[in-house]
Design a protein around this ligand. Sequence first.
Ligand code: URA
Length: 248
Amino acid sequence: MKEIRLDKYLTEMGEGTRSQIKEMARKGRITVDGIPEKKSERKIIPDQNTIAVDGRNISYAEFEYYMLCKPQGVVSATEDNRYQTVIDLIADRKRGDLFPVGRLDIDTEGLLLITNDGDLAHQLLSPKKHVDKVYYAKIEGEIPADAKKRMEEGVVLENGILTMPACLEILEYGNPSSILLTIREGKFHQVKRMFEALGCSVVYLKRLSMGSLKLDENLQPGDYRPLTAEEVDLLKRHGKEEKTKDAQ
Ligand code: URA
């Protein structure tokens, strides 16, 4: 691993701002390999030096990837004055720069990827990449007989914009009905607005997958786990394949 500054290491691990770290070092609270280090700008090697703050070892992670089953009532943001955020739920996080990849509405549940890998986030969110997102929803009101066909053609939203084609599977008719919808975009309130365009309303919404990443069925709302190396690899590979396609 490359050398980095001690203050950068600790800032990235969420231990404070650079000036706070400087002050902590000045007070002798930071040690490198057990020896107090007063100069917060000194260089260290993350996988060779042991860094501690007040005797607590701070290990380093360049990138973190978590799968969260987002519960209702929590916002898809890094900070919020009123509500708990999805980042607050990741109690084991090491890094201070994690963010959610895309947004789910406050009342939507399900799969949310939390990371600090900006390149991967870009690959997953870019409209050009056409990453499929599968949602499970409960729908109130009568689903029109031609709903599947209309979703396949793309529907015109209330603002006149035509969505990309989507794939509708009706699991059970009723009130509410339950369905699966696969979309390739991420417009604001997209699933809710697509059903409104058909004259019905979404009363429960849960995201089940995003590209190759599937929500782990063992995760209850509010639970999370790190992605496996294989899951990270698959997500990255998808982005690369799409890049190659773009170039052709
Ligand atoms: N579509 C919506 O309407 N809401 C979400 O949270 C995600 C997709």
